[in-house]
Design a protein around this ligand. Structure first.
Ligand SMILES: Nc1ncnc2c1ncn2[C@@H]1O[C@H](COP(=O)(O)OP(=O)(O)OP(=O)(O)O)[C@@H](O)[C@H]1O
Ligand SMILES: [Mg+2]
Length: 406
């Protein structure tokens, strides 16, 4: 990963010279004309190191450094002063304001790059290659805190590992995001927003989200580790379920969805792979909200939808706005699969599958399984309506209907 250096100087010529020297050495460079501008740019740019002039209009180097050291998030960024002033008192003032080093003007490009490299190495360690998230070695330490134990599985967004949180002595699940997802600042911003919301959900049937972290340029989400299997695994292994068992799993999913929807989060990726059942048989819903975009735009890799459209509503596959009722459609597909062991729509080709959700009439459960109570078949059919207006309006409405069955 290339390191980013911020160059703060009011003289465009000096900025240009510094930028050229740094870029030639392989650094990314961002420029600012004075301390005030630099402070404004830092949150968006997140530089690894700052080189700053001292004499500047608006906010001089000392004041800039002093302000920087008082921000919680950026106080650790190393800062090097570039100065013609070689008097000892000025340097002392620089150190007191929080500078790490000095480079004298006129500067020697080779010395400048050498100093920058030494500081970066001291602060961030070796510039190691990015993580290969599909094969992290066992016992590897992430962010000085998590010890990788085992690959749990791979999905559309990245890879999930079981790890040991050494700080708290508990197991966690860590989802490492594919590099292309972590690089886009808009996508990242959205992730962060969703995670802030997701962390607010404390519910027996919702997997707890802990944190969003970064290690060697790779983003990860840490969350509660669920010892158990996914609903997909269960369906694959044991096939169709009885009405009683289906209801016993559907009810906690409803309860989880109710909590998620109450915070105005749409799951967007409800599918049996994202429904985990722990060793005590407790149902846990995972991956809500964060899997896809915050509005009608889905995060895409190579221009396609992430994951399989097998459970996605017609509005979602067409890129139209989604709402709670889109999750209810996915829920209908899941219930159909639980009861019959089969998907209502299927094709190996994602494009053909998308077309089926859009145009094909959903099969009637009671036709496939004559022994199923008619009421149950009607509930599933209503969930799978193409037009969201024809579905239930809320999970509560669905729950009320299911309650009349038992
Ligand atoms: N918190 C967790 N605890 C235990 N296992 C988990 C946890 N989160 C995910 N898993 C498992 O890790 C595997 C990979 O999950 P991942 O979410 O990456 O893929 P997915 O659910 O198939 O697709 P998607 O990326 O669309 O969510 C799955 O088998 C899932 O059951
Ligand atoms: Mg998942």
């Amino acid at each position: 990963m290339s390191r980013k250096v911020m160059v703060v100087d009011d003289e465009p010529k000096i900025r240009l010279l510094l930028s050229l020297a740094l870029k030639k050495a392989g650094f990314a460079v961002v420029e600012a004309g004075d301390g005030q501008i630099a402070l404004e740019k830092i949150p968006g740019e997140q530089p690894h190191l700052i080189i700053s002039d001292i004499n500047m209009p608006n906010m001089d180097g000392w004041e800039f450094c002093w302000n920087l050291r008082r921000t919680e998030e950026f106080k650790e960024i190393p800062l090097v002063f570039l100065t013609t002033r070689s008097e000892v008192p000025d340097r002392i003032r620089g150190l007191e304001s929080g500078a790490d080093d000095f480079i004298s003007k006129p500067f020697d490009a080779v010395e400048l790059v050498a100093r920058v490299k030494v500081i970066l190495k001291r602060v961030y360690g070796e510039d190691l290659p990015p993580l290969d998230i599909s094969a992290l070695p066992t016992d590897m330490i992430i962010s000085k805190r998590y010890q990788i134990k085992k690959l749990v599985g791979r999905g559309g967004m990245g890879s999930v590992y079981r790890a040991n949180d050494k700080e708290l002595g508990v197991e966690v699940a860590m989802k490492f995001l594919k590099p292309e997802l972590g690089r886009d600042p808009i996508v990242l911003q959205r992730f962060k927003r969703e995670i802030v919301l997701a962390r607010k959900i404390v519910h027996h049937n919702v997997v707890r989200i802990h944190d969003l972290g970064e290690h060697r340029g790779t983003r990860y989400i840490s969350m509660e580790y669920i010892t158990g299997k996914s609903l997909k695994f269960k369906i694959r292994k044991f096939g169709a379920m009885s009405v009683e068992e289906t209801v016993s799993i559907v009810k906690p999913i409803c309860s989880a969805l109710e909590a998620i929807h109450a915070l105005d989060i749409i799951h967007r990726d409800l599918k049996p792979q994202n429904i985990l059942i722990d060793e005590q048989g407790i149902v846990k819903v995972v991956d809500f909200g964060i899997a896809h975009g915050g509005d009608s735009t889905e995060i895409t890799t190579s221009g396609g939808l992430i994951g399989t459209p097998a459970y996605m509503s017609p509005e979602q596959v067409s890129g139209d706005p989604v709402d709670r009722r889109s999750d209810l459609y996915s829920f209908g597909i899941i219930m159909f699969e639980m009861l019959s062991g089969k998907l209502p729509f299927y094709s190996d080709l994602p494009a053909a599958l998308v077309m089926k959700h859009l145009t094909d009439e959903a099969p009637i459960l009671a036709d496939v399984l004559p022994q199923i109570p008619q009421k149950f078949s009607d509930i599933v059919a209503k969930l799978m309506e193409k037009n969201p207006d024809q579905r239930y309006n809320s999970v509560q409405e669905l729950m009320a209907e299911i309650d009349t069955l038992s």
